[in-house]
Design a protein around this ligand. Structure first.
Ligand SMILES: [Zn+2]
Length: 114
């Protein structure tokens, strides 16, 4: 992969990482506010609980994505970014553009999910 391309992907990954960090902070604040306002009647509390579950799920997804992004950034550092970690082939740039933090090529991804 060209150095200029690599730089572009690095910028995309860093931006995405920052976005997750920011949104996690926002969610956490929202959560804390919710704790403070938890004095409604029973119905309100039930819907609050649902919202908490949704937030937990979002946070877990973010954490997973965050690990993938961190791993991709370290592959950029050690020069293995863009190579499939399963078969060693180059991952197509089109795929990297769609999912910049991916570590496997489309063929291996399909094998994995099959
Ligand atoms: Zn592969």
């Amino acid at each position: 992969m060209k150095k200029t391309e690599l730089k572009k992907f690095k910028a995309i990954l860093e931006e995405k990482r920052d976005a997750i960090t920011t949104s996690s902070t926002v969610k956490k604040t929202h959560w804390e506010n919710m704790e403070n306002t938890r004095h409604g009647d029973f119905v309100d509390q039930a819907s609050d609980d649902n919202e908490v579950h949704v937030n937990i799920r979002l946070l877990q997804t973010d954490a997973k994505l965050m690990r993938a992004i961190e791993a991709a950034l370290s592959r950029i550092e050690d020069g293995s970014y863009g190579l499939c970690t399963m078969c060693g082939e180059e991952i197509s740039v089109a795929r990297l553009k769609a999912v910049p933090w991916t570590s496997v090529c489309i063929a291996c991804k399909e094998k994995k999910t099959a």
